[in-house]
Design a protein around this ligand. Structure first.
Ligand SMILES: NC(=O)c1ccc[n+]([C@@H]2O[C@H](COP(=O)([O-])OP(=O)(O)OC[C@H]3O[C@@H](n4cnc5c(N)ncnc54)[C@H](O)[C@@H]3O)[C@@H](O)[C@H]2O)c1
Length: 471
């Protein structure tokens, strides 16, 4: 859908008018394009004392081919990094305020063991933030607080969340800020996640906290992957693929090399066939809530199996609870929640979802925050989060991850039907001052489906531009 305010403020006349009236000015977000370099420009690196994630950072910087400079105060970091030939120079505080000089700010906070050691975070971001360009990236690395050896260390690591969420709200200009907690022993499995948060693929993901665990098992027989086509030789089922977010998911997964099977209701057969034809993919038509659908889907996939299942199909039937019919309640719960459970049961029991597989379910910020008129929808979407949390430990032994994305306001036919005032509020009440695009959800799902994301499971990642709702 077209956001005419975003287009207006980014025109020469509109930009001036909006500035003079003091209105919010959403940035045109830089999104991934295959014909443009994904990683470009200079990264400033800072660190707290005794940073412990140097190898993960070294391999990231080398692998994405970006140039890095060390923040002046990170003397220890410079000494260590120089030994690895990583740094080309120092970022001097005197350079602060040269806008656009930096593409990303990375801070290794893993060595911070006590609240008295948090000051380097202030020093680093104080000196560098104003030099971060439009749509720049902030990534802070830490250790999962709950795995810390002492209450002091837990406290200091937990404090990072407040910093990162505030940076996301303060930075504006399309800049994202995210926190990645890397567990002991998971350092070698962090690259796919760090790439995602550095890349334009994460344009609408900000204020998020992601954990990478050490026990992300990649099965011995899993095919090796190539960063340009990481999903090659993988088969992916995407429900609700005829239009909107589902069509974008199918398209991104196919571009990443997956062989996609798109599923939608029989009445969407023509739209689904058209979308799948463009992607050279196949189509299945079922109503996922029909009692026989899970067995039929399992039978359709049985011969070749599947590696990735994306539960995207969903509906809304909004009414305040006093006015909500039984059918409106039950229809939403059946399609948005129970169908996912029954399909996964059928695919897991039959071994059709292969070891090392990925399940990604689409929740919603309504499921986190609740919403008036959406008791049925929010119940179903909160249930999706419960599914992720409860199933992740059971699937670990098979190397299968299960995660959810929780979109905020995304420009689709679903949100186009909202009344004007609610639509405008949804668009502006986030750090990006705009709605997301279906591709933003799709790129986040592609990261979670990535073979290198084996250590990311049981998590909910919001794709909401750091919405104020449920924050
Ligand atoms: N658009 C947003 O802002 C937003 C925000 C949060 C969450 N979501 C979630 O994202 C998902 C996709 O939303 P969208 O905006 O693209 O919606 P959409 O209505 O444009 O597309 C949903 C698709 O699911 C299909 N579908 C519905 N019921 C089905 C069934 N019983 N069996 C098979 N397919 C079925 C529809 O035919 C449609 O193609 C949904 O789960 C939705 O709840 C959307």
């Amino acid at each position: 859908m077209n956001d005419s305010y975003l287009n207006f403020v980014n025109s020469p006349f509109g930009g001036g008018l909006v500035r003079s009236l003091g209105l919010p000015k959403p940035e045109v977000l830089r999104r991934y394009r295959a014909d443009r370099p994904e990683f470009d420009g200079l990264i400033a690196i800072g660190a707290g004392r005794e940073p412990r994630l140097l190898d993960a950072l070294a391999s990231l910087v080398a692998s994405v081919g970006m140039t890095s400079v060390a923040h002046d105060s990170a003397a220890l970091w410079v000494a260590l990094a120089n030994r690895r030939g990583l740094m080309t120079g120092r970022f001097e505080p005197a350079e602060a305020g040269s806008p656009g000089k930096l593409a990303a700010l990375l801070f290794d906070a893993s060595g911070i063991d006590d609240s008295s050691q948090l000051e380097p975070l202030h020093g680093f971001f104080h000196d560098t933030l104003r030099s971060l360009g439009k749509c720049g990236r902030i990534v802070v690395l830490g250790r999962p607080p709950e795995a810390c050896a002492s209450p002091r260390q837990w406290t200091a690591q937990r404090a990072l969340e407040g910093l990162v969420r505030s940076l996301g709200k303060e930075a504006r200009r399309g800049i994202t800020a995210n926190l990645v907690y890397i567990g002991q022993g998971a350092e070698g499995g962090a690259e796919a996640t760090l790439r995602f948060f550095l890349s334009p693929r994460s344009a609408y993901v900000s204020g998020q906290v992601v954990r990478i665990a050490a026990n992300g098992t990649i099965p011995h027989n899993a095919p090796a992957f190539d960063w340009r086509q990481p999903l090659a030789a993988r088969r992916a089922l995407v429900t609700g693929a005829a239009r909107g977010i589902g069509a974008a998911i199918a398209s991104v997964l196919a571009a990443e090399g997956a062989q996609v099977i798109g599923l939608d209701v029989p009445s969407a057969r023509d739209a689904l066939a058209a979308t799948m034809r463009q992607l050279n993919s196949s189509a299945l038509t079922f109503d996922i809530a029909a009692p026989e659908a899970p067995a039929q889907i399992a039978a359709a996939l049985d011969e070749l199996g599947v590696d990735i299942v994306v539960h995207n199909a969903g509906i809304t039937k909004d009414k305040t609870i006093a006015k909500m019919s039984d059918a409106a309640w039950q229809g939403v719960i059946d399609i948005n929640l129970s169908a996912q459970e029954r399909i996964d049961d059928a695919l897991l029991a039959g071994g059709i979802l292969r070891d090392g597989g990925r399940i990604v379910a689409v929740s919603s910020i309504s499921g986190i925050a609740g919403n008036p008129g959406q008791t049925n929808y929010a119940t179903s979407k909160a249930g999706v989060i419960g599914r992720i949390e409860s199933m992740a430990p059971h699937l670990r032994a098979r190397g299968i991850t299960i995660n959810a994305v929780a979109p905020g306001f995304i420009e689709t036919q679903m949100t186009a039907m909202l009344p004007f005032a609610i639509r405008e509020a949804g668009r502006r009440m986030n750090s990006m001052s705009q709605g997301g695009q279906p591709v933003d959800v799709a790129q986040t799902i592609a990261w979670l489906a990535h073979p290198g994301s084996a250590g990311v499971t049981g998590q909910v990642v919001r794709v909401c531009g750091q919405s104020l709702i449920g924050a």
